[in-house]
Design a protein around this ligand. Structure first.
Ligand code: APR
Length: 389
């Protein structure tokens, strides 16, 4: 079973699906191969905010109306310190650059729907995906379909959008890439619960540890709780979760609700440089992971997809590979800027609460930084600028 196309997109997460839709808009042929089934991909609940830069990408490619309909603008952010609320109006502080609150699974389902209805070739349940000849002129991607048959797709370029655990990055010889990784030295525990969402996304600093509550649709919230880096899931009974959330959010009236999903989040950052090997281009989590702090993971995936779609359009239609040559450096500027933002925010919000983390001197420094956000317009604007992306 052999076919050929211009680009094979490996992985149908936010990165692969964004790229596939942009490529269709750019009149570049592509085939998407995804290891999981459609219902699994559409059910995965992770990110929840598309920043302003992300919304601009979809606007520029004429996809925003279909993708973002009905999704509210991202407005205030609340930072609660020892129960005392502080509000940052991010769009107002960034000259109106508002993002959208959109659960990842809604964005993903809409991206799939638009791609498939437009005649896009998206192959779910693709097993044993393997990449061949990446440093040659005509690479190939093979996989075993649900029928058991081996399929082979010849192409000009491969987009590795298969996440941190995918096959794309591991197909690159180790000596061809430099790896940067960082362990933030804290643990996070997250639960998705049927509890009415907060009025505004909420970060809470307290001596009991950091906590956060984010909206996930009209009737659900995602909560995050700082924990020890090696803490096991079964150490968190429902009772402990709700007691700790009430303490940390400074909200005794927080209602308990059924918990749908609980996970330990690895607070680790990772970047490879370059994000390219021969005719393979890594996109999104395949090339970099970032902590959830600041909500930039999905946004970086969309940003990479945009840079690559422009570059592939120029290469395929005009034979101009300059933008492909600049792909990695262009993406990495934003990747490192967001890594810095995420680290800065993590350090400030965690150290300001829990003196056990870095000591009392650093706790006071972190509180001074936070205080500056609430009292200095220039500091608040710099923060909002990074939130807007
Ligand atoms: N072959 C084919 N597909 C694969 C393979 C493989 N060997 N391995 C993984 N995949 C698929 C996964 O099933 C998944 O659908 O690739 C996709 C990767 O998706 P993500 O892990 O979500 O990565 P990405 O699309 O880069 O999304 C990045 O989105 O969820 C947010 O914040 C989160 O940072 C993350 C961002």
């Amino acid at each position: 079973m052999r076919i050929s196309t211009q680009v094979v997109v490996v992985g149908a997460g936010p990165a692969g699906l964004s790229l596939a839709n942009l490529l269709r808009r750019a009149d570049v042929d592509c085939v998407v191969v995804e290891r999981q089934g459609r219902s699994h991909v559409e059910g995965r609940q992770r990110a929840g905010v598309l920043d302003y830069a992300g919304t601009r990408v979809f606007e520029e490619w004429g996809l925003a109306d279909a993708l973002l309909a009905g999704m509210p603008a991202d407005r205030m952010l609340e930072i609660r310190v020892d129960g005392e609320p502080h509000f940052l109006d991010v769009p107002a502080l960034s000259d109106g650059r508002a993002g959208r609150i959109i659960p990842q699974q809604v964005l993903v389902a809409r991206l799939i729907d638009i791609f498939v209805k437009g005649g896009g070739d998206l192959r779910f349940d693709a097993d044993e995906v393997a990449l061949h000849g990446l440093d040659g002129a005509r690479p190939k991607v093979t996989y075993r379909g649900p029928d058991g048959a081996v399929h082979e797709i010849a192409c000009d370029y491969v987009a590795g959008c298969d996440g941190y655990h995918g096959v794309s990055r591991t197909s690159v010889p180790a000596e061809a890439m430099t790896v940067f990784s960082y362990d933030h030295g804290i643990g996070w525990f997250t639960v998705l619960a049927d509890v009415p969402p907060p009025r505004h996304p909420l970060l809470a600093v307290s001596s009991h540890g950091f906590a956060a509550q984010f909206p996930r649709g009209p009737a659900a919230s995602r909560f995050y709780l700082e924990c020890a880096p090696d803490e096991a899931l079964d150490e968190w009974s429902d009772e402990r979760i709700w007691t700790q959330l009430r303490l940390r959010l400074g909200d005794e009236a927080l209602p308990a609700g059924p918990i749908g999903e609980r996970t330990v989040v690895e607070m680790r950052s990772f970047v490879v440089d370059p994000m390219r090997y021969g005719r393979l281009f890594l996109v999104g989590d395949a090339a970099h992971i970032i902590t959830p702090m600041g909500g930039k993971g999905m946004n970086l995936a969309v940003a990479d997809a945009n840079v690559l779609a422009h570059a592939l359009r120029a290469a395929v239609h005009d034979g101009d590979e300059d933008r492909l040559a600049a792909y990695s450096a262009t993406c990495l500027r934003k990747v490192w800027s967001h890594q810095e933002f995420s680290r800065w925010l993590t350090e400030m919000t965690h150290e300001a609460g829990n003196a056990a983390l870095a000591g009392t001197f650093r706790r006071e420094l972190a509180r001074a930084r936070l205080g500056r956000l609430f009292t200095s317009d220039a500091a608040a604007r710099a923060f909002a600028d990074l939130m807007a992306g």
